[in-house]
Design a protein around this ligand. Structure first.
Ligand code: SAM
Length: 260
């Protein structure tokens, strides 16, 4: 399976990725207030990872379901939500062929998880499946990397670090330029965690993971062509009043889709 081994370490993932969670959840709530069903309460987190949004939104009063292909991530979300006595359901599922049932007011797929859909066919099928899980007028929010400069395609590196308790996690996100296939628009990227704990330092190399380059215009065409969603807006930051444009262009594009 095309899986990074860092996803077998949910506790380190939870520390390394905690930085912007509150702002991202604020954005989800702002989208619900602006466009969502009037009494939105049921949310679906696709590729939920260690559950940073799932758990925060459950704390804010939503009923949240998280799905992820990694059993370790799912077990972690189940344990954390049980400890906090929160109304969360988490299960193993694959975004390329989701098997869960139910009806949700909004779904979201954050932090580049959407780019695991490698072909137009996978993207279209995924959009149709998600639309089938949404209530009328339901929202689907996506957030994935786009190149801020074209000469950086398949060539970006990002790094940051986060500390919680006595543990520091340094996250390195790398793209492997030699792996770029311009025909399929896919390339390998990789996550590396360097973890510093009282017991010592360890490095966890996730290994190359095949991902898709998805450009803004192309994404719009795929959403329109799916026949099930309208693309309401795109943003370069988690801020509804800031559109995705040359001024705000960043390394990520956040999109608000609404079920037709
Ligand atoms: C970069 S993490 C993002 C996690 C979370 N959305 C966040 O914002 O922190 C990507 C997650 O997608 C999951 N994933 C990878 N391939 C998947 C697939 N085919 N179906 C469902 N989840 C997948 C990984 O296990 C991992 O937890």
């Amino acid at each position: 399976m095309n899986q990074s081994t860092v996803y077998r370490h949910p506790r380190y993932y939870a520390i390394g990725y905690r930085w912007n969670t509150g702002v991202e959840c604020d954005f989800i709530e702002a989208c619900l207030s602006a466009h969502g069903p009037s009494t939105a309460s049921r949310l679906l987190d696709i590729g939920c990872g260690a559950g940073r949004h799932t758990i925060e939104l459950a704390r804010r009063g939503y009923r949240v379901t998280g799905v992820d292909v990694s059993p370790e991530m799912v077990a972690f979300v189940q344990e954390e939500s049980k400890k906090a006595n929160l109304p969360v359901t988490a299960s193993v599922d694959d975004l390329r062929c989701l098997s869960l049932r139910g009806t949700y007011d909004a779904a979201f797929c954050f932090m580049d998880t959407f780019r695991f859909l490698l072909t137009n066919e996978e993207i279209t099928a995924h959009l149709r499946t998600v639309a089938g899980l949404l209530a009328p007028g339901g929202l689907y929010l996506t957030d994935f990397w786009v190149p801020a400069q074209w000469d950086k395609i398949g060539n970006e590196i990002h790094q940051w670090e986060q500390t919680e308790g006595g543990t520091t996690v340094r996250v390195f996100y790398l793209q492997h330029p030699e792996s770029v296939d311009p025909v399929s628009q896919t390339f390998d990227d990789e996550l590396v965690f360097v973890v510093e704990e009282p017991g010592g330092i360890r490095e966890i190399r996730g290994g190359p993971t095949r991902t898709r380059l998805l450009l803004p215009q192309e994404f719009g065409a795929l959403v329109g062509g799916s026949g099930v969603f309208s693309l309401r807006s795109t943003h370069g930051e988690f801020d509804l009043v800031k559109p995705f444009d040359r001024a705000t262009l960043s390394w990520r594009m956040i999109s608000v889709l609404q079920k037709r």
